[in-house]
Write a protein that binds this ligand. Sequence first.
Ligand code: G3H
Ligand code: 13P
Ligand code: ZN
Length: 383
Amino acid sequence: MPLVPMRQILDEAAKGGYGVGAFNVNNMEQIQAIMEAANDTDSPVIIQASRGALKYSKMIYLKKLMEAAVEEYPQIPVAMHLDHGNSVETCLQAIELGFTSVMIDGSLDESGKKPNKYEQNVAVTKKVVELAHPLGVTVEGELGCLGGIEDGHGAGLSTEEVNTHLTDPKQAEEFVALTGVDALAVAIGTSHGAYKSGRVDPKTGEVLPPVLAMDRIHEIHERMPNCHMVMHGSSSVPPELTNEVNAHHAVQRVDGDPAKLRFMGKVFNLHDALDMAAFLMTLTTQNRMPGTQGVPLEQIADGIRHGVRKVNVDTDSRLAITGAILRVFAESPGKFDPRDYLKPAREAAYKVYVERMKAFGQAGHARDYAPMTLGDMKAVYGK
Ligand code: G3H
Ligand code: 13P
Ligand code: ZN
């Protein structure tokens, strides 16, 4: 089966009342893990690549890996989507490469770091729709801004600032009508990355999940029942994944002496009480992912009941991969064949994808429909 237009996957998800995970990829192991998970759960799936991913994979490798993916699993509907395209040019480049869907993120300016004016967002999004639809390619737009990611795509807004950039449901209705987008990414208080909330219970010190404005999704769905919404920043960042990362930072013996340990570039002599205290302090507080929580699956399920059809997940797969690799290095420091750690990494990512595919409801729906081509979709847009 060739790659299918993302619009078909979203339309079918709306008919079936489920959501579809859109998983970010950078390499072969992630693509293989997603495809294996989709095959084992019989799920349609969206695979997406950011500008950073395109650069990292030098584009042509990603294209060829995707061709291999659809060739290996012809029965699985797969859409290849550009995540957070920053300009018309980037979107065109992705379309030329064979992507069946693009996101133009006009909520930020071209640098991907500053919120855009609404009018500029409308203009650039409309332009991409005008160019993409005649080719049968799906377009996702975004209204409102997310928090997080300073170095990649994102304005690095704080939790407070995020709340001033939430999607306005009335404006969303106008935005969809003016631009003609197939899918709308909404800002409801989620952030990219592992640190989504910044909220701590003052009594217990426990890190709390982010507060999400689910009511905005409900209202948008009421205003536009046929609008396919997208939830970005939807990693759940469960403790089993962060604990796995934190558990395996290696401590090494120095000169074979069990009392002399190297940790984080420093040598500690455990016979020295001060050194011992410093070591314990470093071990328990440093170089660890601080406590964090992502978007609870129940809130994603609530979104799906109210028109969310695409659920973006990147961080959870990154955590699973990193935790698995750290475990190999901690337990078998002598290993140096990349397959010894990339295989467990791929398996750990696979588990995350399977869990999410089941939780979002896409599992069991791969064979519900005959796949469309971009040519078929071209005709639908032309009507
Ligand atoms: O939008 C954020 C995604 O997690 C992609 O991140 O730009 O580091 O590839 P990236
Ligand atoms: P997470 O960082 O929560 O996985 O979000 C990814 C995302 O929204 C990609 O566009
Ligand atoms: Zn995103």
